[in-house]
Every structure is written in C-alpha cells, then in structure tokens.
Design a protein. Structure first.
Length: 133
C-alpha cells in the first residue's frame, strides 16, 4: 500500500470517527481488519494521523473556523469535507509534509468522495491555511 492509498484509508477512518463521534483502539483494529490493512507501516501512519488529530482537534477546528468565509459556520461543513480538512491541516501543520503534495491528494479525495464543489472548498481552505503558516 503506497502513501496515497494509506492517506485514503486514514481519511476513511477519520470519516467513520466523524460519524461515530469517538473511536478506540478496538475500532481502529477492526477497521484495519475489515479493510485488509496488514502493513505495519500503513497501520502506524493511520494510527498516528488519527491520534494526532484527536490530540490537536480543538486547534485544528479553530484553524478551520478562522479560514471560513464570514457567513459560514463549521457546523455547515459536511462530515466528508471536515474529515478531509482535518487530515490536510494535520499533515501540513503538524507532520510538516510538503503542502503541495498534501493539498493535491486531499483535493483528489474530495473529488472522489465529496460533493460536486467539495474540491474547490477544500482547496480554498487549505491554501488559506498555508498562507498563514
């Protein structure tokens, strides 16, 4: 499983967490089993992302809120878009991954899983975050 595929799996787990509102080690292990993620490297990466986002969630939500247009509230963001934004912001700010790579891959995931304009919304928010960082 390459990094793009692993990132996609991390997004899927983050989306599941958005729906369920919480996750524990057993849920993560079940996710790995159900999605046949056997690679220790992939499992470690996904767990790192999930645990890191969980730890920094308040700050990440604050970053998203600061970068929304004035008439937007975070509650209006779909669960898919919220999971993608959390993933992108975490990888750019906390993991210090190259922002061009992260934005490109998160935007591609938005095209695949989001609504018709999700990729534009995600791209705009992440570009704004990068300018501030």
């Amino acid at each position: 499983m390459n990094r793009s595929q692993t990132r996609e799996m991390a997004f899927k787990l983050l989306y599941q967490i958005e729906i369920q509102k919480e996750v524990n080690k057993e849920d993560i292990n079940l996710f790995f089993e159900n999605n046949q993620i056997a690679s220790k490297e992939s499992q470690d990466y996904i767990e790192n992302v999930v645990n890191g986002i969980n730890k920094e969630e308040k700050e990440i939500i604050n970053i998203i809120s600061k970068n929304l247009k004035e008439d937007w509230e975070i509650e209006r963001i779909s669960k898919i878009n919220l999971a993608l934004l959390k993933l992108g912001i975490y990888e750019i700010i906390y993991k210090k991954l190259p922002f061009k790579v992260v934005i490109n891959e998160v935007v591609e995931l938005a095209k695949k899983y989001g609504e018709e304009t999700s990729h534009l919304f995600i791209n705009g928010i992440l570009a704004s975050v990068v300018k501030e960082a």
